[in-house]
Write a protein that binds this ligand. Sequence first.
Ligand code: NAD
Length: 256
Amino acid sequence: MSGATRNPVAVVTGAGSGIGLAAAERLITAGWKVAAFDRDEKALAANYRERAEAGRVFAASLDVTDEKAVEKAVQQARKVFDGLDGVVNSAGIAADIPALETPVDLFRKILDINVTGTFIVSQAAARIMKEDGGGAIVNMASVSGLRGSKGRSAYGASKGGVVILTQVLANDLARYGIRVNAVAPGPVNTPMVKAMHVDKDRALWARHLPMRRYAEPDEVASVIEFLLDGSRSSYMTGEIVAVDGGFSGAGIIADD
Ligand code: NAD
């Protein structure tokens, strides 16, 4: 946080649902002002109208792949709240589909939103943070960006891209006082996963998770808040923090 005399300010993309919504809620509770962006206008209206009226939130529809719109939106957020200290890049899409059946258009679309969108928002925000003396960015990787999970050729490639993008941005932006980290969640109970995982998928995941359960969105949001807060994670940058119930650290898991 660099705002000493005002509330810290964060841009949250994908703020209309799931992890982005939980992150925005956490940050608001912790005293942040939040620019909540999502391409789903209805979700923004349903979740933020009251908080916008109270002056805690500025909500606007935005497609993170539209670089001109992103630049405008990020500048507007800084103007409305008189600063910009943090970014949460949670906008994303997923597909679980065998590699040989994955249409190239779908592959391109997933990379465009998940990787290029993260880059566009980070670049626009970092240009402002550089002028203002620093800040923090948290990207959304995934265990599917660290391991070759089945059916994840596009999604896994996009999240692998987010991992290395996070490390490069951390390297390039450290000189401006900007820290860049990512969380790599395992399965989280969000609308995205509820739409994708049938009982068979849940049972399969449970077999590979030492904690035997999916995360709740707030269990990821609490780590995001920690990584944004320069008073608690000041010496962390370029880090990919697994929030995965033990998945990526586990070897053989007992049956019982
Ligand atoms: P979700 O579908 O609940 O929320 C994603 C939000 O992003 C939606 O509100 C959607 O409208 C928005 N969005 C999609 N494309 C957009 C675009 N082009 N511009 C602006 N907004 C856009 O999903 P979630 O589960 O909360 O996922 C959030 C992030 O976390 C994603 O990047 C996802 O890949 C990642 N993640 C999720 C899980 C999980 O198990 N849920 C695990 C690992 C990583």
